[in-house]
Design a protein around this ligand. Structure first.
Ligand SMILES: [Mn+2]
Length: 330
């Protein structure tokens, strides 16, 4: 589903006075980059604006401008001047469905106008105004286009946020979603002051040692289907505790099974304390993992998707492998 209420969104951004900008749960580089870029754009327009999410911004992204001002929704003193009625517009970014914002979603919903800006093919257009473009490499690419339409000059701060969103969602401009258009935007952002070398070093090469300890442990769980077309890792709570790692350090691990020759679908299983299992899916071939995720109650992109499985009689692993197998053999 797609929707393009761009003119109405431009009008709403110009006419609104206070804005709530939403990150999704366990925010990735695109969620953070797009949200902080939106904050900078709105500030430049003289608006009151606050970024909010259920989780803290992960450490690798905290150097970005305004990252220190983002609020964790659980910390919001709703009775102390931050009453939800005081925000006239809320902007959901990079959330295929409202639940992606977790407990911050009710906050967003109470604003007079809800704007939904996203690039997931599974987005159902839940906003009052929707800008959903599955051809965009990243939500940050859509924020870039809005900034342009609004006549906002792209300075270094804004360029850094937007570049991080695009760089992380395209695997450093490598994945199938990195189009010629994406590279053109990348070039403009570099001209505006974004440094690919510095941003890559900060995000990909500033890991805490716990992250490599966790990876070492995760790699011992490698599973491979008999035909070698599906591979997966599992990261459980014990692995996290033993490595002294935080949840966010699991991000990107699914790329290791994906990197194997012959693998078409890679998966990462993250059993959670409440019995549910979070699953990340990546495709390297023709397989459309957004279909696999959707059949299991999740969503995403053809090459990168995810779902959360409720506890059930069958192992999460078996259910997901069966669904993934249907996709690779179709
Ligand atoms: Mn994204």
């Amino acid at each position: 589903m797609s929707g393009d209420d761009r003119p109405a969104i431009i009008r709403a951004l110009r006419e609104g006075s206070s804005f709530l900008v939403l990150l999704h749960e366990l925010p990735d580089g695109d969620s953070v980059g797009a949200a902080l870029a939106m904050v900078l754009v709105l500030e430049r327009m003289g608006k009151r604006v606050m970024a909010v999410g259920v989780d803290r911004i992960p450490r690798p992204y905290r150097f970005l401008p305004r990252a220190d001002k983002a609020v964790v929704s659980g910390d919001l003193p709703l009775s102390a001047g931050l009453a939800v009625e005081s925000w006239d517009t809320s902007i959901m970014l990079d959330c295929a469905d409202p639940e992606r914002a977790g407990a911050a979603w009710p906050l967003a919903r109470k604003a007079r106008t809800l704007i939904n800006i996203d690039h997931h093919v599974t987005n159902i257009g839940y906003g009052d105004l929707n800008l959903v473009d599955a051809h965009a490499s990243a939500t940050a690419e859509l924020v870039y286009a809005l900034a342009r339409d609004l006549g906002i000059e792209i300075d270094r701060d804004l360029a850094n946020c937007l570049f991080v969103g695009i760089m992380t969602d395209t695997g450093s401009f490598r994945y199938s979603n990195a189009s010629a258009h994406t590279f053109r935007i990348g070039a403009e952002l570099v001209e505006a002051g974004a440094s690919p070398e510095e941003l890559a070093a900060r995000i990909w090469e500033s890991r805490p040692v716990s992250s490599l300890r966790l990876l070492a442990r995760a790699l011992t769980t490698l599973g491979l289907s008999d035909d070698g077309r599906m591979a997966w890792l599992t990261v459980d709570d014990a692995a996290l505790a033993d490595a002294g790692a935080e949840e966010q350090e699991v991000e990107g691990f699914v790329n290791y099974p994906r990197s194997l020759e012959g693998v078409e679908v890679a998966m990462l299983f993250r059993p959670m304390a409440d019995g549910r299992t979070r699953v990340a899916l990546r495709s390297k071939g023709r397989a459309d993992v957004s279909r696999v995720a959707r059949s299991l109650g999740g969503g995403g992109h053809p090459r990168a998707a995810g779902c959360i499985l409720p506890p059930g009689p069958d192992r999460a692993l078996d259910r997901v492998l069966a669904a993934a197998w249907r996709e690779v053999s179709s």
